[in-house]
Write a protein that binds this ligand. Sequence first.
Ligand SMILES: [Zn+2]
Length: 203
Amino acid sequence: MHYETDMSLGKKLCLNCDYLNDSKELTCKQCGMKVYLRKPYSLSLTLNYVIATSLFLIPANLLPMMIITSLGIDEGNTIMEGVSYFLKHGEASIGIIIFIASIAVPIYKMTVLIFLLIIAHFKLHNLSILGVKLYRTIRFVGKWSLLDIFVVAIMIAMVQFQTLATIKAGGAAFAFALVVVLTMLATESFDPRLMFDIERRKR
Ligand SMILES: [Zn+2]
């Protein structure tokens, strides 16, 4: 397959609004965002953010998300324990939302980003279109990233109403906030146009 890219046409595509600018433009004529021919250090930055995110995913899932103090006894709950708590206590929808927002979505995003890095690094041109489609899904999900933080707030509010206990955020909450921010940075530093440049360079 043969693709024309913005670069091959002497243009700069705005990744924010999809407007094709002249290659001499530094900011997008339509939306005013900075435009780059290609994002600088895209692959190495994305790789670094992906590694950092994967490292923080471990404490985010193993440390307690919240510490409940009831009758002077501290009790910690990891994300998965929180999910199973809500499933067992007839609040399945909250359990499912927490599972999707805190476990399924970050793992999906990481998997896609690793896949995109492999396509771009090993120049797997047959997979570049699939790669762009997957990239769009994680950009779309990214818009809902704050959902994660909402979920933690809801979780804390609900438990506080139900019991006479005090609740503090555990270590996982901090690790999890970092996961959310680092995943956003990883997605933003990846330049999807790199996947089409593979095809151009081949010719
Ligand atoms: Zn624009």
